[in-house]
Ligand binder design. Structure first.
Ligand SMILES: *Cc1c(COP(=O)(O)O)cnc(C)c1O
Length: 456
């Protein structure tokens, strides 16, 4: 009778009173802990968990945070990885988000005690980063920025756009359908591979004044090669000036100035200097900040967009404002650091990591990273990786921390381009924790090598 686990199973309130459990309740909420505890106590009653281990088992079973999104080490070599939440924030931006999370002076002037302009310091930082913009505004994402421009400037009117720029951005969403969804009509010009200035000239020659603006969209996730031609923004701006029409440029990636490693990637400053009246872009691609949509350009146009009734529905919250300002004014964000990664440094890290993991399992290899869906289609970024048996792909994804690499030629590559150097020890630890799986899975032959992530 004394050994009956049912009788020795601790009482719920006794476990909940344990200091470590009480701390977890403060972090994760009582309901979650009680649900997890019920499962552990059930196992205890069945004799599967010794009574003295209940607290430890409970704590082990708890998630790291009250939200279920899990941090992942991005070892894919894809700098802006859509499935991994695009740009990782800099430490400065993360700190800014945490500080802004409570009550904050987002719309209060602490000097006067009166209402202040929402996000003024973020707008000032953005304006300072792009001095060629007459004014700036920020909305929820790139699609919202373009949608607001189309709604405010072209509802019931026409937008002239090249057929080769009718882009699907991802998850089945398409720029042309976005524009039409706010009541704009498209006047498509040219063909898939070629468009000339004359095509645009014919389209804007409209005595009824139905054309609202000329739109140029950067094909940020694909490349058309061969017999191609497009019309540069400067030429479109010249035509726009003659016809009295603004040119709107959706650059997508959010580069504010040219990047030496991505010569074909458009940037806001160059587009504005070429005569764009308005530039739209994302905040969480190559800018390396939070999800946001940037609107940069002619002061009157930006003012019209900011005061449009629907702008309120696209308004960013204080967390975004904080992260964006810190991204613009703080230390180099991870995306820019990854783009600056030198292959010889990366190879040095890969060799050291292979030694730390064990050269029986790991080899340092040259690899090729990519910018990803955020821009620079087809541009290879020379890098280095640690090659491992592909059977480790799934256990590493499911590990703590989760590590996502990519399988190439039958091997799992952990590409270091996208891993901050200070996370190298984390990778070594993660591999050490799962290295048994390589042999185990190899023996049963049951592994599939494909990682679920798209490397796009
Ligand atoms: C990514 C992208 C968008 C959409 O931006 P989101 O921030 O994802 O809404 C629009 N246009 C282009 C050219 C893009 O590359």
């Amino acid at each position: 009778m004394r050994d009956d686990p049912r009788r020795r199973t601790p009482r719920t309130d006794a476990v909940l009173a344990d200091p470590a459990v009480a701390e977890a309740i403060g972090r994760l909420g009582r309901a979650r802990i009680k649900a997890a505890l019920a499962t552990v106590l059930e196992a205890c009653r069945r004799g599967e968990v010794p009574p003295e281990s209940v607290v430890r088992r409970l704590l082990e079973a708890l998630p790291g945070s009250a939200a279920s999104l899990r941090p992942v080490v991005n070892a894919t070599g894809v700098v802006v990885h859509t499935n991994l939440g695009r740009a990782p924030l800099s430490a400065a931006a993360i700190d800014a988000v945490a500080r802004a999370a409570g009550p904050t002076d987002v719309e209060l002037d602490l000097a006067t005690g009166r209402r202040g302009r929402r996000g003024a310091s973020t707008m000032a930082a953005l304006a300072a980063a792009v001095p060629d913009a007459g004014d700036v505004h920020v909305v929820n994402n790139g699609a919202a920025a373009l949608g607001l421009a189309a709604l405010a400037l072209a509802a019931g009117r026409r937008i002239v756009i090249a057929r080769g720029e009718l882009v699907e951005i991802g998850d089945g969403f398409r720029i042309p359908e976005l524009l039409e969804s706010v009541g704009a009509q498209l006047r498509e010009v040219g063909t898939t591979n070629r468009v000339r200035l004359e095509d645009y000239e014919r389209a804007v020659d409209d005595p009824d004044g139905r054309v609202a603006f000329l739109l140029k969209v950067h094909p940020s996730n694909f490349r058309v090669e061969g017999f191609t031609s497009s019309v540069p923004v400067a030429a479109l701006a010249g035509l726009g000036a003659r016809a009295g029409l603004p040119v709107v440029v959706d650059i997508g990636s959010g580069l504010l100035t040219p990047h030496p490693r991505l010569p074909d990637e458009p940037d806001a400053t160059t587009m504005l200097r070429a005569g764009a009246a308005l530039v739209t872009a994302s905040g969480d691609k190559l800018l390396g900040g939070p999800q946001a949509g940037l609107l940069l350009g002619d002061a009157d146009l930006v003012h019209r967009l900011r005061r449009h009734p629907f702008a309120r529905a696209l308004r960013v919250d204080k967390l975004t404002l904080a992260a964006l300002e810190a991204t613009l004014t703080g230390p180099t964000p991870p995306v820019a650091q990854a783009l600056a990664g030198r292959p010889e440094d990366l190879m040095g890290r890969a060799r050291a990591l292979a030694v730390a993991i064990g050269t029986d399992l790991a080899t340092a290899v040259a690899s090729e990273g990519r910018v990803g869906g955020g821009g620079g289609p087809g541009v290879p970024l020379p890098s280095a990786a640690v090659a491992l048996p592909h059977e480790l792909a799934a256990p590493l994804r499911l590990g703590d921390p989760s590590v996502v690499g990519h399988v190439h030629d039958g091997r799992l590559l952990l590409d270091l381009l996208t891993v901050p150097p200070e996370h190298d020890p984390l990778l070594a630890k993660a591999v050490a924790a799962v290295r048994g799986s390589a042999a185990a899975v190899g023996a049963t032959g049951g592994a599939t090598a494909t990682a679920p992530e798209e490397r796009a």
